[in-house]
Design a protein. Structure first.
Length: 100
């Protein structure tokens, strides 16, 4: 076995089922599906991190980051964090008036 020892993840049955559903769904954002694939693969102790990184075109560090996020946040780790942006310039009512 070459490469770094895998960062083994233990998924609950509920999380595993949810991740498999996410990966199979064709409407899922690819970055979310990629994170789910990483976690499903890292559950297997035979997974070699460098091979997985090459297959997904990532670095081993990125894979470890996803695994660490999962251990901290659970299933929410595969989704992007909410980010605030610039506040809306116009109210909803004003936007409707402009569109009409």
């Amino acid at each position: 076995m070459r490469g770094r020892k895998p960062h083994l993840i233990v998924l609950s049955e509920k999380d595993r089922t949810q991740f498999q559903k996410i990966v199979r769904d064709g409407r899922t954002e690819q970055r979310v599906a990629r994170r789910a694939r990483i976690l499903l693969a890292m559950e297997n102790e035979q997974t070699i991190m460098q091979d997985l990184a090459d297959k997904l075109d990532l670095t081993p560090r990125a894979i470890r980051y996803v695994c660490d996020r999962y251990q901290e946040r659970g299933i929410k780790a595969i989704y992007d964090a909410y980010r605030t942006g610039r506040p809306p310039r116009f109210s909803s009512l004003t936007r409707v008036e402009i569109i009409q």
